[in-house]
Design a protein around this ligand. Structure first.
Ligand code: CTP
Ligand code: MN
Ligand code: MN
Ligand code: MN
Length: 371
């Protein structure tokens, strides 16, 4: 009958960790627009609307169908008036005036350009913008600007690290890391994590977790891997951060806080000959290699499951896992641990499935976490 909802439509949860979101996005026209809005609010340090647009985008990404009229969004969570107004504009005219005005805004364009440099966050970008700088050559010609080592590297390898990494390149890097890890410790554990574990075709880097079966050996393992990559002549950049992990600490409330495991942010030299998919080297550039950003994180083996869950992402999935734990279960979750506030105890886990079970959640596969 007219006006009744389609039959057997399951309600969509407000939490990404209760939705299955593959890389197939049926609502890209809306989610691309929301991402521009979210980013613009982020540049203005307006966290509320920024998160609201990211949440709305995440809900639409989970739908196995395309939204074709506003009426279809009635039962969906996390879509506010502003969000719906943008959607209505896109449905009617194929574009949103607010989004177009942001895209043509000089401040947005400049902050977007500056933050695309490795080592440059919104704060630094803003500072440079306020000084009247508008381009890379403005920055590099400004004698009063002292670039740190990360930013110098960012400019040096800008072309390489702003170019997407393919699955084939991620696989080739996986082989290199795997060789290094197992030459050092035959029974070490190495796992691909981040976007490539979620099945993405392209990424901005390749993320790995590495750990030793013997508790306490994980940190020297990471340093040995770095050493080996250096001796192979493929370490272009390394920012190593020693572990500050403290087993007695409660999980962090702040999502954006970095975890305390030993980790390193690398740029590795990937030779073209090792890549079966073929490198995307521009015509005229025949050097035969490219730089690729690689992250390695090395948790103690008893925290492996938490680290794997935390580093697999997506960021929105992780945010909602923590929000769900806190708001629905009175538990605290981060990359290190899960703490039950009612029972006042930490919950151990050896697999990701254990963690979902502790939280009373259905297991969501990595390729369903593209929230
Ligand atoms: N992460 C983290 N702590 C960090 C860096 C990353 O917990 N210091 C987590 C993030 O929450 C994210 C995951 O590691 O879920 C991967 O981060 P990142 O490589 O930035 O994103 P990807 O999802 O892999 O996407 P991309 O393809 O852009 O790399
Ligand atoms: Mn990644
Ligand atoms: Mn990223
Ligand atoms: Mn990463």
């Amino acid at each position: 009958p007219e006006g009744s909802p389609p039959t057997a439509v399951a309600t969509v949860s407000q939490y990404a960790c209760q939705r299955r979101t593959t890389i197939e996005n049926n609502n890209k026209i809306f989610t691309d627009a929301f991402e521009v809005l979210a980013e613009s609010y982020e540049f203005n340090e307006n966290e509320g609307p920024c998160l609201a647009f990211r949440r709305a985008a995440s809900v639409l990404k989970s739908l196995p169908w395309a939204v074709e009229c506003l009426g279809a969004t009635e039962d969906l969570p996390c879509l506010g008036d502003h969000t719906k107004a943008v959607m209505e504009e896109i449905l009617l005219y194929g574009r949103s005036l607010q989004v177009e005005s942001i895209l043509s805004n000089e401040r947005y364009q400049t902050l977007k350009l500056f933050t695309s440099v490795f080592g440059v966050g919104p704060k630094t970008a803003e500072k440079w913008y306020r000084r009247g700088l508008r381009s890379f050559s403005d920055i590099l010609a400004e004698p009063s600007i002292q670039l740190n080592r990360m930013q110098q590297t960012g400019f040096l390898h800008y072309g390489d690290i702003s170019r997407a990494v393919s699955k084939a390149e991620a696989r080739a890097l996986g082989n290199i890391i795997d060789e290094a890890v197992h030459a050092i410790t035959p029974d070490a554990i190495l796992a691909l994590t981040g976007g490539f574990r979620r099945g993405k075709e392209f990424g901005h880097d390749v993320d790995f977790i590495v750990t030793a079966l013997e508790l306490g050996k994980e940190e020297s393992l990471l340093l040995d891997i770095i050493d080996r990559l250096k001796h192979h002549g493929i370490l272009l950049y390394c920012d190593y951060q020693a572990s500050t992990f403290d087993i007695s600490k409660l999980p962090s409330h702040r999502f954006e806080a970095m975890d305390h495991f030993a980790k390193c942010f690398l740029i590795l030299r990937l030779e073209g000959s090792q890549v079966d998919g073929g490198l995307n080297i521009a015509e005229g550039d025949s050097r035969g290699w490219r730089g690729v950003r690689v992250d390695l994180v090395s948790p103690p083996v008893d925290r492996y499951a938490y680290a794997l869950l935390g580093w697999t992402g997506s960021r929105q999935f992780e945010r909602d896992l923590r929000r769900f734990a806190r708001s629905e279960k009175r538990m605290l979750l981060d990359n290190h641990a899960l703490y039950d506030k009612r029972k006042k105890e930490f919950l151990a886990a050896t697999t990701e499935k254990d963690i979902f079970a502790h939280l009373g959640l259905e297991y969501i596969e990595p390729w369903q976490r593209n929230a």
